[in-house]
Design a protein. Structure first.
Length: 201
């Protein structure tokens, strides 16, 4: 019988599994093109892809994983996405070393990063910037994750998409938080905001 935490983990894994075929199709097409123009990078991309699949499979039956393991998955994913966008994607990590051993639900960060790319950065032609920050709030004994992108925003992305659909990442994380927070005083939270510049864009 699955516990509530087990159900939350299964929800995240299923969300990743639903998006995996499309991601693999794009990744393999990008690697195929590289075999002609940059064989060395193609070999590295295949290595990153195999590592991503291996890590995601090993997470499948775990309720919590070290942040370091989650970040390994995210780095492999972003490496492959950067190839797909022909290097027009710049990403950076800002991580306190002490946070790497802390545990989080598997694939929770990866799915949110994927969401930031698909529903924000995808619609920009250049200057795509993504930053991922982890801060250990010692006094509160909390781990804070900030995923920041300079994409077009959710409302504009919705207008630009030809087909309107709900995000796997958003739905999976909402269900996960509901299950993980059940009966607990200390809650896990996730807030998604659209940040505006001086021109209200």
């Amino acid at each position: 019988m699955l516990t509530r935490v087990g159900l939350a983990t299964e929800s995240l894994v299923n969300g990743f599994a639903k998006s995996l075929p499309h991601f693999l199709f794009n990744a393999i097409n990008s690697i195929k093109a590289l075999t002609i123009f940059d064989p060395e990078l193609a070999r590295k991309a295949l290595t990153e892809l195999s590592q991503l699949l291996r890590t995601s499979l090993s997470m499948g039956n775990q309720q919590l994983v070290p942040l370091e393991m989650e970040l390994s998955l995210v780095r492999d994913y972003l490496f492959l996405e950067k190839i797909r966008y022909e290097k027009r994607l710049v990403y950076s990590f800002h991580i306190q070393n002490e946070t790497l051993a802390l545990s989080i639900p598997p694939m929770s960060v990866q799915l949110l990063v994927e969401n930031a790319i698909k529903h924000g950065l995808l619609h920009k032609k250049e200057n795509r910037i993504l930053t991922i920050t982890f801060i250990h709030l010692k006094e509160e004994n909390n781990l804070k994750c900030i995923i920041l992108d300079n994409g077009v925003g959710r409302e504009k992305a919705l207008q630009l998409r030809q087909t309107k659909h709900e995000s796997f990442a958003t739905n999976a994380n909402e269900k996960r938080l509901e299950l993980l927070n059940f009966g607990k005083d200390k809650k896990i939270g996730c807030v998604i905001d659209d940040l505006l510049d001086e021109n209200n864009n």
